[in-house]
Design a protein around this ligand. Structure first.
Ligand SMILES: NC(=O)C1=CN([C@@H]2O[C@H](COP(=O)(O)OP(=O)(O)OC[C@H]3O[C@@H](n4cnc5c(N)ncnc54)[C@H](OP(=O)(O)O)[C@@H]3O)[C@@H](O)[C@H]2O)C=CC1
Ligand SMILES: O=C(O)C1=N[C@H](C(=O)O)C[C@H](O)C1
Length: 272
């Protein structure tokens, strides 16, 4: 068997950072080799196990990404767009695979990942769960089978701490629906309706975002026509589905050539 994958976790104190530490602790194929938080965070310089309320692990939380990447195989990153761009440059420099779950990235942010992806394996997805990635493929197929008599609406629900909208998953689903219809999402996307909006434009793909309580993540893709409605739905009830997907991506990266990949590649669901 291969040596356990030496994995760096960024944003380690966050909801996903903690979930990743727990997921890796349950795996004999990966190990947390370093843990990163932002400069000034009160976990810096302390043992990861102790700050999480457990036994010492020997991993000291650091704000130095270059140091954290030394000798590592992969970095799993669920943080924020500016941090992710900086981590991508550092991972490319160190030749370490970069698994990105961060959402809320603009087109310009994403363009800044193409340089790093020429130098190392970069896997990025707005949702790392198997279920959502299957839903992406289903959405593409249903959109291809139906004409514009079926209005496509994407409804997403998340916890009250989420800072970006539409969710990364909603955008993945929107891209899939647009691809199924053979159009570009930016030409048909309808976000943030408010006030006298006028009637719906035929062919548009609409987005709606709900924020409340501790909702982990729910996504509906509705195809609404006169007299009938089809709804494809995914409900995540536990963040472990995202963490397991990210760890799977990190393991998959081993030995792959540099390039930009997504979870469809990792899961073998890519149809292109
Ligand atoms: N693709 C997927 O499957 C999923 C994606 N996500 C996405 O992952 C991201 C994180 O989500 P979540 O864990 O809920 O968010 P949290 O806010 O709980 O965690 C983010 C963490 O990143 C840290 N961070 C921010 N900037 C830096 C930096 N420069 N250096 C080091 N650490 C930094 C934050 O620190 P601080 O608190 O000090 O700012 C925080 O600890 C979001 O974009 C979310 O949408 C979430 C779930 C699944
Ligand atoms: O912020 C979250 O929590 C989540 N973010 C991702 C997204 O933006 O789609 C994935 C998941 O839905 C949870």
């Amino acid at each position: 068997m291969d040596q356990p994958l030496k994995t760096v976790i960024t944003g380690v104190s966050g909801r996903m950072g903690r979930m990743l530490v727990a997921t890796i602790a349950d795996s004999d194929r990966t190990v947390v080799s370093a843990a990163v938080e932002r400069a000034g965070h009160d976990w810096i310089g302390r043992d990861l196990g102790e700050v999480l309320g457990g036994a010492p692990t020997g991993v000291t939380v650091t704000d130095d990404i270059a140091l954290a990447l030394q000798g590592a195989d992969a970095v799993i990153d669920f943080t924020a767009p500016a941090a992710t761009i900086a981590f991508a440059r550092a991972a490319a420099e160190a030749g370490v695979a970069h698994v990105i779950g961060t959402t809320g990235m603009t087109t310009d942010d994403i363009a800044q990942l193409s340089g790093p992806a020429e130098r190392t394996v970069l896997v990025r997805a707005g949702n790392m769960s198997l279920g959502v990635n299957l839903l992406v493929q289903l959405t593409r197929r249903v959109a291809a089978a139906l004409d514009e008599d079926y209005d496509i609406e994407i409804i997403e629900s998340h916890h009250n701490q989420k800072v970006d909208a539409p969710s990364g998953t909603a955008l993945m689903l929107g891209e899939a629906a647009a691809a199924g219809r053979g159009v570009a999402l930016e030409d048909v996307s309808d976000r943030g309706r408010d006030g006298i909006t006028g009637a719906r434009t035929r062919g548009d793909i609409g987005f709606a975002a709900i924020r409340g309580g501790d909702i982990v993540g729910e996504h509906d893709v509705m195809f609404a026509a006169t007299g009938e409605r089809i709804t494809l739905r995914h409900v995540a009830s536990d963040r472990s589905v995202f963490a397991r997907g990210a760890v799977k991506a990190a393991l998959w990266s081993r030995g792959k050539p540099p390039g930009a990949y997504d979870m469809l590649d990792v899961l073998g669901l890519s149809e292109d």
